[in-house]
Design a protein around this ligand. Structure first.
Ligand code: FES
Length: 573
């Protein structure tokens, strides 16, 4: 098989000419013939001036290049789409699959013997791993790392759990406009991804647990020198992966996904981790088993005291020893024989790790932070294909609750009425948001964190049962049911709910149900009309997205990008 510069030659109909031309152009970059004979290690450069979570990517590229050259390879970086949560209208999730396609096609188009993927902000790690899984070229993950916590008037704060908490206080009139502006200047104190157990931290730790990143990579802060050392080692290891020919499919096995799902439950991780890992698995013909994941959640406790479920930040997890401290406690639940990009199994990496020290961030299996896992999977007549609740960030008193539905028909309707003094709502009601799923929004935005109506917030109400077909930021908290499938825009039962209906949530019983007879629901379905077409739905990426995106229970990938033959399920529980 061709390697290095001879790989994937442009199809001119004359391979020697194609090689001659390729070398002629690449020599304009100043390379010697010696350099061009080396294994070529691509570095996916996701720097963007809009993406503060990737501010340190240029430093990482240099460190990775150093590592590649120390091992005798030739590093070459190239760009793909970079996604930041706050700079992606209508929502970054709308572009995750586009970034995955960009990654897959660029890896395939270039003469790469191996590739280093630099992720960080929420959608980037899953997009890179989805693309690399489909491309089938040896790949290894590096992340930008979490940002440090900031402070505001002696209070330790960080993006973005505290963004939401402080905004909630501002809405309730507890803090002034100048206070919220002041806090806004301190919440994101520097480079790196959000420093709580949001989606970025969740995906970084899952990326390490699944074996695609060298040990310790998940928690090292972005600005720490350890991050650069880790990047250098990643570059060095990429050269070995190139010669060994280890592909992502050989690392991301059903056992490896199982380990990632165990970690997701144990870290109080983001519900987005569920969707992303489902999509990643789908690229490799591995089907997500929601029942097995739910069973895991009944056995695997939450071990980590990090926001939004707890009090600490990712820099504290790094000081406590990082992911391996969690893995040591999780050993009975893990598939220890799963391979990793280091060349050792996950179990061997745990054995090779440093001895533990006294710390207060990672709890023990016998005395966990919370006895149940982070998430529970719900079904019922409102969610025939499932829904999820992050029980570790929910209010205990609302875990079993029946209330009157107050329905919002979409994000615009929510924004126009939620703070109206005329809104008929009490703290016992259930707030319902629909038309916010993959097709309805479009892109399934993080609007599931429905704000508490202003007049209730002013009375001191901090949580209510809220349900939707949307997602929620991993940094958010509350008794919030998400990912209801099928979504309302395709005629899921959520579309049929009316204000005044009774809705029951029973987390222990794993149900979310609408107290309306089947006959009445059938009558409502007769008169249901799908929402109006989105602007731009007839062309371009929007058309591709709307016609091919799958529902949340399949990971919201495009149907034509999933591996056609599903040969296994995960997690294995
Ligand atoms: Fe990038 Fe939170 S906005 S990780």
């Amino acid at each position: 098989m061709n390697t290095g510069m001879r790989k994937g030659l442009t199809r001119y109909g004359d391979e020697e000419f194609a090689l001659f031309l390729r070398k002629a152009f690449i020599k304009a970059m100043g390379y010697t013939d010696d350099a061009l004979e080396r294994p070529i290690i691509g570095i996916v450069n996701t720097y963007s001036g809009f993406n503060a979570c990737h501010r340190n990517v240029p430093d990482l590229v240099r460190a990775i290049e150093r590592g590649v050259m120390l091992a005798g390879g030739l590093p070459v970086d190239f760009p793909v789409i970079s996604l930041h949560e706050s700079f992606a209208y209508p929502t970054s999730m709308f572009f995750r699959n586009l970034m995955a396609m960009d990654t897959e096609e660029m890896i395939r188009a270039k003469p790469l013997d191996a590739v280093v993927l630099i992720g960080g902000c929420d959608k980037t790690v899953p997009a890179l791993l989805m693309g690399a899984a489909s491309a089938g070229v040896p790949a290894i993950l590096e992340v930008t790392g979490p940002m440090m916590a900031g402070s505001f008037r002696e209070e330790r704060i960080g993006a973005c759990t505290d963004c939401r908490r402080l905004w909630g206080k501002f809405r309730a009139g507890e803090i002034s406009e100048s206070d919220i502006e002041g806090a806004g200047s301190r919440l994101v104190p520097g480079a790196g991804s959000c420093g709580v157990m949001g989606t970025a931290s969740t995906m970084a730790l899952m990326g390490e647990a699944i074996g695609m990143m060298l040990p310790d990579g998940g928690a090292i802060p972005a600005v720490h020198a350890d991050r650069l050392r880790h990047a250098e080692q990643t570059g060095t290891r990429a050269v070995s992966l190139a010669s060994e020919g280890t592909t992502p499919a050989q690392i991301m096995t059903p056992e490896a996904f199982h380990n990632a799902f165990v970690v997701l439950q144990a870290i109080g991780g983001s519900t987005n981790g569920l969707i992303h890992a489902t999509a990643m698995a789908g690229r490799l013909g591995i089907e997500f088993d929601a029942d097995a994941f739910d069973r895991l959640g009944q056995e695997v406790p939450v071990l980590v005291d990090l926001k939004p479920s707890g009090q600490f930040y990712m820099e504290d997890l790094h000081r406590a020893g990082g992911l391996v401290e969690i893995l040591k406690q999780l050993k009975p639940f893990l598939k220890l024989d799963a391979p990793t990009v280091s060349g050792r199994t996950l179990g061997e990496e745990i054995e090779a790790s440093a001895a533990s020290w006294q710390q207060d961030v990672v709890y023990t299996r016998d005395e966990p932070f919370s006895p149940l896992g982070a998430m529970a999977v719900l079904t019922g007549n409102l969610a025939p294909d499932g829904a999820v609740i992050k029980q570790s960030a929910a209010s205990a008193k609302l875990m079993q609750h029946t209330g009157r539905a107050v329905v919002f028909d979409g994000i615009d309707d929510l924004m126009s009425r939620i703070d109206s003094p005329d809104l008929q709502v009490t703290a016992d009601d259930v707030l319902v948001l629909r038309n916010s799923g993959p097709i309805g929004a479009p892109g399934m935005p993080e609007s599931g964190y429905i704000p508490i109506p202003k007049k209730l917030a002013a009375e001191g109400v901090t949580d209510m049962v809220r349900i939707s077909d949307a997602r929620m930021s991993g940094t958010a908290f509350g008794t919030i049911v998400l990912h209801i499938s099928p979504e309302s825009a395709v005629g899921g039962p959520l579309a049929l709910v009316k204000t005044g209906d009774r809705i029951s949530l029973d987390v222990a019983g794993r149900t979310i149900s609408l107290d309306v007879t089947d006959a009445e629901l059938a009558a409502r379905r007769e008169s249901w009309q799908p929402p109006a077409a989105h602007e731009g739905a007839d062309r371009g990426y929007m058309k591709l997205f709307l016609e091919t995106v799958t529902q949340a229970d399949r990971g919201c990938d495009f149907d034509f990008l999933e591996k056609v033959e599903q040969h296994a399920t995960t997690p294995l529980y």
